[in-house]
Design a protein around this ligand. Structure first.
Ligand code: AOF
Ligand code: ZN
Length: 366
Protein backbone atom coordinates (compact mmCIF):
# COMPACT_ATOMS: atom_id res chain seq x y z
CA UNK A 1 0.00 0.00 0.00
CA UNK A 2 1.35 3.44 -0.91
CA UNK A 3 2.00 6.09 1.74
CA UNK A 4 -0.87 8.12 0.29
CA UNK A 5 -3.36 5.26 0.61
CA UNK A 6 -2.13 4.58 4.16
CA UNK A 7 -2.68 8.25 5.04
CA UNK A 8 -6.15 8.17 3.51
CA UNK A 9 -7.09 5.24 5.74
CA UNK A 10 -5.52 6.82 8.82
CA UNK A 11 -7.27 10.18 8.39
CA UNK A 12 -10.60 8.62 7.39
CA UNK A 13 -10.44 6.39 10.50
CA UNK A 14 -9.89 9.53 12.60
CA UNK A 15 -12.80 11.28 10.84
CA UNK A 16 -15.08 8.28 11.47
CA UNK A 17 -14.19 8.27 15.17
CA UNK A 18 -14.90 12.01 15.34
CA UNK A 19 -18.24 11.56 13.54
CA UNK A 20 -19.54 9.48 16.45
CA UNK A 21 -19.24 12.47 18.77
CA UNK A 22 -22.59 13.99 17.84
CA UNK A 23 -24.59 10.80 17.32
CA UNK A 24 -28.01 11.37 18.86
CA UNK A 25 -27.72 15.16 18.62
CA UNK A 26 -28.08 15.97 14.91
CA UNK A 27 -31.42 14.37 13.90
CA UNK A 28 -32.63 14.24 11.21
CA UNK A 29 -29.21 15.02 9.80
CA UNK A 30 -26.45 12.43 10.10
CA UNK A 31 -23.46 13.15 12.31
CA UNK A 32 -20.73 13.66 9.69
CA UNK A 33 -17.07 14.57 10.30
CA UNK A 34 -14.57 16.42 8.13
CA UNK A 35 -10.80 16.84 8.47
CA UNK A 36 -8.77 19.31 6.39
CA UNK A 37 -5.24 17.93 6.05
CA UNK A 38 -2.09 19.30 4.38
CA UNK A 39 1.37 17.71 4.49
CA UNK A 40 0.18 15.27 7.15
CA UNK A 41 -1.04 18.07 9.45
CA UNK A 42 -4.72 18.45 10.43
CA UNK A 43 -5.57 22.12 9.83
CA UNK A 44 -9.26 21.90 10.62
CA UNK A 45 -11.65 19.28 12.01
CA UNK A 46 -15.35 19.36 12.73
CA UNK A 47 -18.49 17.32 13.14
CA UNK A 48 -22.06 18.24 12.13
CA UNK A 49 -23.28 20.65 14.81
CA UNK A 50 -26.02 19.71 17.32
CA UNK A 51 -29.37 20.28 15.63
CA UNK A 52 -27.82 19.29 12.28
CA UNK A 53 -26.30 22.58 11.13
CA UNK A 54 -23.82 23.93 10.25
CA UNK A 55 -22.57 20.88 8.39
CA UNK A 56 -19.10 19.49 9.14
CA UNK A 57 -17.25 20.82 6.07
CA UNK A 58 -17.99 24.53 6.50
CA UNK A 59 -16.84 24.43 10.13
CA UNK A 60 -13.63 22.52 9.34
CA UNK A 61 -12.87 24.90 6.44
CA UNK A 62 -13.44 27.92 8.70
CA UNK A 63 -10.93 26.51 11.17
CA UNK A 64 -8.33 25.87 8.45
CA UNK A 65 -8.84 29.32 6.90
CA UNK A 66 -6.69 30.26 3.89
CA UNK A 67 -4.39 27.28 4.56
CA UNK A 68 -7.12 24.99 3.16
CA UNK A 69 -5.95 25.91 -0.36
CA UNK A 70 -4.29 22.83 -1.85
CA UNK A 71 -5.27 20.62 1.13
CA UNK A 72 -7.11 17.29 1.21
CA UNK A 73 -10.58 17.15 2.79
CA UNK A 74 -11.60 13.85 4.44
CA UNK A 75 -15.39 13.61 4.78
CA UNK A 76 -17.28 10.60 6.14
CA UNK A 77 -20.31 11.33 3.88
CA UNK A 78 -20.40 12.80 0.38
CA UNK A 79 -20.48 16.62 0.66
CA UNK A 80 -23.94 18.00 -0.01
CA UNK A 81 -24.81 19.65 -3.33
CA UNK A 82 -28.19 21.11 -2.44
CA UNK A 83 -29.33 24.48 -1.21
CA UNK A 84 -31.13 23.22 1.88
CA UNK A 85 -31.01 25.05 5.17
CA UNK A 86 -27.36 25.87 4.38
CA UNK A 87 -25.56 26.38 1.03
CA UNK A 88 -23.90 23.32 -0.57
CA UNK A 89 -20.73 22.05 1.14
CA UNK A 90 -19.38 21.06 -2.29
CA UNK A 91 -19.38 24.79 -3.21
CA UNK A 92 -17.61 25.66 0.04
CA UNK A 93 -14.86 23.08 -0.66
CA UNK A 94 -14.45 24.43 -4.22
CA UNK A 95 -14.32 28.05 -3.01
CA UNK A 96 -11.68 27.15 -0.40
CA UNK A 97 -9.47 25.70 -3.14
CA UNK A 98 -8.96 22.21 -1.70
CA UNK A 99 -7.03 19.97 -4.11
CA UNK A 100 -8.54 16.64 -3.16
CA UNK A 101 -11.64 15.27 -1.42
CA UNK A 102 -11.71 11.78 0.09
CA UNK A 103 -15.14 10.37 1.00
CA UNK A 104 -16.20 7.19 2.79
CA UNK A 105 -19.89 6.82 1.85
CA UNK A 106 -21.92 8.43 -0.95
CA UNK A 107 -25.11 10.20 0.17
CA UNK A 108 -28.41 8.46 -0.73
CA UNK A 109 -30.39 11.71 -0.09
CA UNK A 110 -32.07 12.27 -3.47
CA UNK A 111 -31.03 15.92 -3.34
CA UNK A 112 -27.37 14.79 -3.33
CA UNK A 113 -26.91 11.18 -4.62
CA UNK A 114 -23.62 11.65 -6.46
CA UNK A 115 -24.13 15.32 -7.38
CA UNK A 116 -21.79 16.48 -4.63
CA UNK A 117 -18.97 14.36 -6.07
CA UNK A 118 -19.71 15.50 -9.67
CA UNK A 119 -19.63 19.17 -8.66
CA UNK A 120 -16.20 18.68 -7.08
CA UNK A 121 -14.86 16.78 -10.10
CA UNK A 122 -16.24 19.39 -12.52
CA UNK A 123 -14.24 21.99 -10.59
CA UNK A 124 -11.03 20.00 -11.15
CA UNK A 125 -10.79 18.53 -7.64
CA UNK A 126 -9.47 14.96 -7.32
CA UNK A 127 -12.17 12.83 -5.69
CA UNK A 128 -11.90 9.41 -4.08
CA UNK A 129 -14.83 7.50 -2.57
CA UNK A 130 -15.36 4.25 -0.68
CA UNK A 131 -12.46 4.72 1.75
CA UNK A 132 -13.21 2.57 4.84
CA UNK A 133 -16.71 2.24 3.43
CA UNK A 134 -17.94 -0.59 5.67
CA UNK A 135 -16.85 1.32 8.79
CA UNK A 136 -18.45 4.43 7.28
CA UNK A 137 -21.71 2.57 6.70
CA UNK A 138 -21.67 1.38 10.31
CA UNK A 139 -21.11 4.92 11.61
CA UNK A 140 -23.92 6.24 9.39
CA UNK A 141 -26.21 3.19 9.79
CA UNK A 142 -29.12 5.12 11.32
CA UNK A 143 -29.11 7.80 8.62
CA UNK A 144 -28.66 5.30 5.76
CA UNK A 145 -31.47 3.05 7.04
CA UNK A 146 -33.93 5.93 7.36
CA UNK A 147 -32.99 7.24 3.90
CA UNK A 148 -33.20 3.90 2.11
CA UNK A 149 -35.79 1.90 4.12
CA UNK A 150 -37.89 4.82 5.42
CA UNK A 151 -37.70 3.39 8.92
CA UNK A 152 -35.25 3.77 11.85
CA UNK A 153 -32.25 1.48 12.36
CA UNK A 154 -33.38 -0.93 15.09
CA UNK A 155 -31.06 -2.20 17.82
CA UNK A 156 -32.45 -4.90 20.11
CA UNK A 157 -30.71 -4.78 23.47
CA UNK A 158 -31.11 -7.69 25.86
CA UNK A 159 -29.54 -8.30 29.27
CA UNK A 160 -29.50 -12.05 29.82
CA UNK A 161 -28.67 -13.99 33.02
CA UNK A 162 -26.21 -16.88 32.85
CA UNK A 163 -29.20 -19.28 32.57
CA UNK A 164 -30.77 -17.35 29.69
CA UNK A 165 -33.39 -15.29 31.52
CA UNK A 166 -34.41 -11.64 31.06
CA UNK A 167 -35.97 -11.15 34.49
CA UNK A 168 -38.37 -12.75 36.97
CA UNK A 169 -42.12 -12.61 36.52
CA UNK A 170 -43.62 -10.13 38.97
CA UNK A 171 -40.25 -9.28 40.53
CA UNK A 172 -39.83 -5.76 39.12
CA UNK A 173 -36.37 -4.67 38.00
CA UNK A 174 -33.77 -7.38 38.61
CA UNK A 175 -30.07 -6.63 38.29
CA UNK A 176 -28.69 -8.96 35.62
CA UNK A 177 -25.59 -7.06 34.57
CA UNK A 178 -23.13 -4.90 36.47
CA UNK A 179 -22.42 -1.16 36.52
CA UNK A 180 -20.01 -1.16 33.54
CA UNK A 181 -22.60 -2.78 31.24
CA UNK A 182 -25.25 -0.38 32.50
CA UNK A 183 -22.94 2.53 31.68
CA UNK A 184 -22.62 1.18 28.13
CA UNK A 185 -26.41 1.02 27.84
CA UNK A 186 -26.64 4.66 28.89
CA UNK A 187 -24.06 5.61 26.21
CA UNK A 188 -26.24 3.75 23.72
CA UNK A 189 -29.31 5.66 24.90
CA UNK A 190 -27.40 8.92 24.42
CA UNK A 191 -26.57 7.98 20.82
CA UNK A 192 -30.08 6.83 19.91
CA UNK A 193 -33.06 8.94 18.84
CA UNK A 194 -35.77 6.80 20.48
CA UNK A 195 -36.15 3.87 22.88
CA UNK A 196 -39.08 1.45 22.94
CA UNK A 197 -40.55 -1.00 25.46
CA UNK A 198 -43.84 -2.87 25.87
CA UNK A 199 -46.40 -1.92 28.52
CA UNK A 200 -45.57 -5.17 30.41
CA UNK A 201 -42.04 -3.93 31.09
CA UNK A 202 -43.30 -0.40 31.83
CA UNK A 203 -45.68 -1.76 34.51
CA UNK A 204 -43.27 -4.31 35.98
CA UNK A 205 -40.13 -2.14 36.11
CA UNK A 206 -41.37 1.48 36.20
CA UNK A 207 -38.27 2.47 34.19
CA UNK A 208 -37.25 6.00 33.28
CA UNK A 209 -35.35 5.08 30.09
CA UNK A 210 -33.34 8.31 30.12
CA UNK A 211 -29.60 8.70 29.74
CA UNK A 212 -28.29 9.37 33.21
CA UNK A 213 -24.60 9.80 32.45
CA UNK A 214 -23.37 13.06 33.91
CA UNK A 215 -23.28 15.72 31.20
CA UNK A 216 -25.12 13.58 28.64
CA UNK A 217 -28.61 13.83 30.17
CA UNK A 218 -29.72 16.19 27.40
CA UNK A 219 -29.25 13.37 24.94
CA UNK A 220 -32.04 11.23 26.41
CA UNK A 221 -34.02 9.53 23.65
CA UNK A 222 -37.75 9.91 22.95
CA UNK A 223 -39.47 7.16 24.93
CA UNK A 224 -42.02 4.96 23.16
CA UNK A 225 -44.28 2.43 24.92
CA UNK A 226 -46.49 -0.10 23.11
CA UNK A 227 -49.59 0.40 25.24
CA UNK A 228 -52.74 -0.82 23.43
CA UNK A 229 -55.10 -0.12 26.37
CA UNK A 230 -53.33 3.00 27.69
CA UNK A 231 -52.42 1.36 30.98
CA UNK A 232 -49.38 3.48 31.79
CA UNK A 233 -50.10 4.96 35.24
CA UNK A 234 -49.90 8.75 35.58
CA UNK A 235 -47.79 8.01 38.66
CA UNK A 236 -45.13 6.19 36.60
CA UNK A 237 -41.67 7.71 36.20
CA UNK A 238 -42.29 7.88 32.45
CA UNK A 239 -45.48 9.94 32.80
CA UNK A 240 -43.99 12.14 35.50
CA UNK A 241 -40.99 13.07 33.35
CA UNK A 242 -42.87 13.43 30.04
CA UNK A 243 -42.50 17.21 30.04
CA UNK A 244 -38.70 16.90 30.12
CA UNK A 245 -38.22 14.00 27.69
CA UNK A 246 -41.07 13.10 25.29
CA UNK A 247 -43.16 9.95 25.92
CA UNK A 248 -45.22 8.43 23.10
CA UNK A 249 -47.82 5.78 23.89
CA UNK A 250 -48.78 3.63 20.94
CA UNK A 251 -52.34 2.37 20.82
CA UNK A 252 -54.44 1.08 17.93
CA UNK A 253 -57.60 2.17 19.67
CA UNK A 254 -59.24 5.56 19.31
CA UNK A 255 -60.95 4.99 22.66
CA UNK A 256 -64.51 5.15 21.33
CA UNK A 257 -66.90 4.48 22.90
CA UNK A 258 -65.10 3.56 26.14
CA UNK A 259 -65.29 6.54 28.53
CA UNK A 260 -62.66 5.03 30.87
CA UNK A 261 -60.17 4.83 27.99
CA UNK A 262 -60.85 8.46 27.06
CA UNK A 263 -60.43 9.51 30.68
CA UNK A 264 -57.07 7.70 30.92
CA UNK A 265 -56.00 9.33 27.68
CA UNK A 266 -56.92 12.83 28.93
CA UNK A 267 -55.15 12.25 32.25
CA UNK A 268 -51.96 11.08 30.51
CA UNK A 269 -52.07 13.95 28.01
CA UNK A 270 -52.35 16.39 30.91
CA UNK A 271 -48.90 15.11 31.98
CA UNK A 272 -47.50 15.84 28.51
CA UNK A 273 -47.65 12.24 27.28
CA UNK A 274 -48.48 11.97 23.57
CA UNK A 275 -50.85 9.26 22.37
CA UNK A 276 -50.03 7.93 18.90
CA UNK A 277 -52.71 5.97 17.13
CA UNK A 278 -51.12 3.08 15.29
CA UNK A 279 -51.82 -0.63 15.69
CA UNK A 280 -49.04 -1.80 18.07
CA UNK A 281 -49.04 -5.16 16.23
CA UNK A 282 -48.13 -3.43 12.95
CA UNK A 283 -44.55 -2.67 13.89
CA UNK A 284 -43.64 -1.89 10.27
CA UNK A 285 -46.26 0.91 10.15
CA UNK A 286 -45.14 2.17 13.55
CA UNK A 287 -41.51 2.37 12.41
CA UNK A 288 -42.49 4.37 9.32
CA UNK A 289 -44.46 6.74 11.57
CA UNK A 290 -41.42 7.16 13.85
CA UNK A 291 -39.14 7.81 10.84
CA UNK A 292 -41.59 10.46 9.62
CA UNK A 293 -41.10 12.19 12.97
CA UNK A 294 -37.36 12.33 12.28
CA UNK A 295 -36.36 9.28 14.34
CA UNK A 296 -33.46 7.50 12.60
CA UNK A 297 -32.44 5.07 15.33
CA UNK A 298 -34.50 3.02 17.76
CA UNK A 299 -33.33 1.00 20.74
CA UNK A 300 -35.71 -1.81 21.73
CA UNK A 301 -35.14 -2.54 25.42
CA UNK A 302 -37.61 -5.32 26.13
CA UNK A 303 -39.27 -7.35 27.39
CA UNK A 304 -39.37 -10.81 25.92
CA UNK A 305 -42.64 -10.36 24.00
CA UNK A 306 -41.67 -7.04 22.47
CA UNK A 307 -38.25 -8.41 21.51
CA UNK A 308 -39.82 -11.50 19.95
CA UNK A 309 -42.32 -9.45 17.93
CA UNK A 310 -39.55 -7.26 16.47
CA UNK A 311 -37.56 -10.39 15.58
CA UNK A 312 -40.63 -12.11 14.07
CA UNK A 313 -41.36 -9.01 11.96
CA UNK A 314 -37.77 -9.08 10.62
CA UNK A 315 -37.29 -5.52 11.88
CA UNK A 316 -34.08 -5.92 13.92
CA UNK A 317 -30.80 -4.67 12.42
CA UNK A 318 -28.51 -5.29 15.39
CA UNK A 319 -28.69 -7.42 18.53
CA UNK A 320 -26.68 -6.40 21.58
CA UNK A 321 -26.58 -9.23 24.08
CA UNK A 322 -25.25 -8.36 27.51
CA UNK A 323 -24.59 -11.58 29.44
CA UNK A 324 -24.61 -11.47 33.24
CA UNK A 325 -22.56 -13.86 35.38
CA UNK A 326 -25.29 -15.13 37.72
CA UNK A 327 -28.37 -17.32 37.14
CA UNK A 328 -31.95 -16.19 37.86
CA UNK A 329 -33.53 -19.61 38.31
CA UNK A 330 -36.62 -21.34 37.06
CA UNK A 331 -39.09 -18.49 37.71
CA UNK A 332 -37.26 -16.37 35.16
CA UNK A 333 -38.64 -15.15 31.83
CA UNK A 334 -36.76 -16.88 29.01
CA UNK A 335 -34.89 -14.62 26.58
CA UNK A 336 -35.53 -15.04 22.84
CA UNK A 337 -31.75 -14.81 22.30
CA UNK A 338 -28.88 -16.04 24.47
CA UNK A 339 -25.12 -15.61 23.94
CA UNK A 340 -24.09 -17.82 21.04
CA UNK A 341 -27.69 -18.48 19.98
CA UNK A 342 -29.53 -15.78 18.04
CA UNK A 343 -31.92 -16.16 15.09
CA UNK A 344 -30.51 -17.07 11.67
CA UNK A 345 -29.46 -14.14 9.51
CA UNK A 346 -27.33 -12.41 12.16
CA UNK A 347 -23.54 -12.56 12.43
CA UNK A 348 -21.33 -11.84 15.39
CA UNK A 349 -19.33 -8.66 14.69
CA UNK A 350 -17.76 -7.87 18.01
CA UNK A 351 -17.37 -9.12 21.58
CA UNK A 352 -16.32 -7.34 24.76
CA UNK A 353 -16.07 -7.93 28.49
CA UNK A 354 -17.44 -5.47 31.01
CA UNK A 355 -16.31 -6.65 34.43
CA UNK A 356 -17.95 -10.04 34.98
CA UNK A 357 -20.35 -9.46 32.05
CA UNK A 358 -19.92 -10.29 28.39
CA UNK A 359 -21.19 -8.40 25.36
CA UNK A 360 -21.97 -9.99 22.02
CA UNK A 361 -22.76 -7.60 19.18
CA UNK A 362 -24.62 -9.19 16.23
CA UNK A 363 -25.56 -7.50 12.97
CA UNK A 364 -28.07 -8.47 10.34
CA UNK A 365 -26.38 -9.98 7.31
CA UNK A 366 -27.99 -7.97 4.51
C1 AOF B 1 -22.84 17.46 4.49
N1 AOF B 1 -22.19 17.62 5.66
O1 AOF B 1 -22.14 17.55 7.90
C2 AOF B 1 -24.07 16.75 6.84
C3 AOF B 1 -24.70 16.53 5.60
O2 AOF B 1 -31.47 20.04 6.05
P1 AOF B 1 -30.12 20.36 5.50
O3 AOF B 1 -30.13 21.47 4.53
O4 AOF B 1 -29.10 20.56 6.61
O5 AOF B 1 -29.64 19.07 4.68
C4 AOF B 1 -29.71 17.80 5.22
C5 AOF B 1 -28.94 16.85 4.33
O6 AOF B 1 -27.57 17.23 4.34
C6 AOF B 1 -28.93 15.41 4.81
O7 AOF B 1 -30.03 14.68 4.34
C7 AOF B 1 -27.66 14.90 4.14
O8 AOF B 1 -27.88 14.71 2.77
C8 AOF B 1 -26.74 16.10 4.30
N2 AOF B 1 -25.95 16.00 5.54
N3 AOF B 1 -24.04 16.85 4.46
O9 AOF B 1 -22.33 17.86 3.45
C9 AOF B 1 -22.76 17.32 6.84
N4 AOF B 1 -24.68 16.43 8.03
ZN1 ZN C 1 -23.33 20.08 3.53
Amino acid sequence: MSGGARDDIRFMAAALRLSRRNLGLTATNPSVACLIVKDGVVLGSAVTAPGGRPHAETQALAEAGAAARGATAYVTLEPCSHHGKTPPCADALIAAGVARVVVSVTDPDIRVAGRGLSMLQAAGIAVETGVLESKGRAALAAYLTRQTKKRPYVTLKLAVSSDGMLGRLGAGQVAITGPVSRGQVHVLRAETDAILIGIGTALADDPELTCRLQGLEVRSPVRVVLDPRLELPVTSKLARTARDVPVLLVTGDDGEPDPAFSARRKALEAFGVEVVQCDPRRLDTLLVALATRGISSLLVEGGARTAQSFLDAGLVDRILLFGGATPLGSDGVASPCVPGRVPAGFSLRHTARYGADSLQDYERDD
